[in-house]
Design a protein around this ligand. Structure first.
Ligand SMILES: [Zn+2]
Length: 192
């Protein structure tokens, strides 16, 4: 994002009751206010488990167990993978309803463009550069617009994922990697 886009975002967070200086400079105070703001939008209590492996197994079952997967229909919502229309997304049955709601809300918003860059949900693989299992291995995470929101691209200084999209996920209790980890802004997951 440009400094002026960051400034607009800071003003939005500030106006929502999480005061910070809207100067276009994204520091620790902005990061904290942004996270508090997104948490304030989340369902209470948050329906999703903690991201620790044991909580995930208890709530979702074993990683890679494809018996838990369902196909969420997304036809007509503008979801595309590599330029081709996507009819369904394979995800964990416990997140399907929630994910469907978020996608419908994004599709009806001015930010629907990110759906044209859908980059995967269920994928049984370890996290890059780590032995930890990715939340994708349970079908409880989705990636959008990866070309501008990579794993080593700082958000929001370089990455482009709009705060508004993170708000839409937050209203369903989902975590946005960009706001909470400061990178990998393509990634959203159904954990606390
Ligand atoms: Zn991801």
């Amino acid at each position: 994002m440009t400094p002026s886009e960051i400034k607009t975002m800071q003003a939005r967070i500030s106006a929502a009751g999480f005061p910070l200086v809207a100067d276009g400079d994204w520091g620790p105070k902005s990061r904290r206010a942004c996270q508090e703001y997104l948490r304030s939008l989340m369902l209470s209590p948050n329906p999703w488990p903690e991201p620790a492996e044991a909580s995930l197994t208890k709530f979702y079952g074993d990683a890679g167990d494809e018996d838990y997967l369902v196909r969420l229909p997304v036809s007509g919502l503008g979801v595309q993978y590599d330029g081709a229309a996507v009819a369904g997304i394979r995800c964990h049955k416990r997140v399907a309803h929630s994910l469907g709601k978020v996608i419908a809300v994004i599709a009806a918003s001015p930010h629907r463009g990110v759906l044209a860059y859908y980059a995967g949900c269920y994928n049984f693989r370890p996290m890059r550069g780590s032995s930890r299992i990715s939340t994708h291995a349970r079908g409880i995470a989705i990636d959008l617009a990866p070309d501008w929101n990579g794993n080593s691209t700082p958000w929001p200084e370089k990455a482009t994922m709009p705060l508004e999209v993170m708000e839409m996920f937050a209203r369903e209790g989902w975590l946005s990697a960009g706001a909470f980890w400061g990178r990998d802004a393509m990634h959203f997951q159904a954990t606390r």
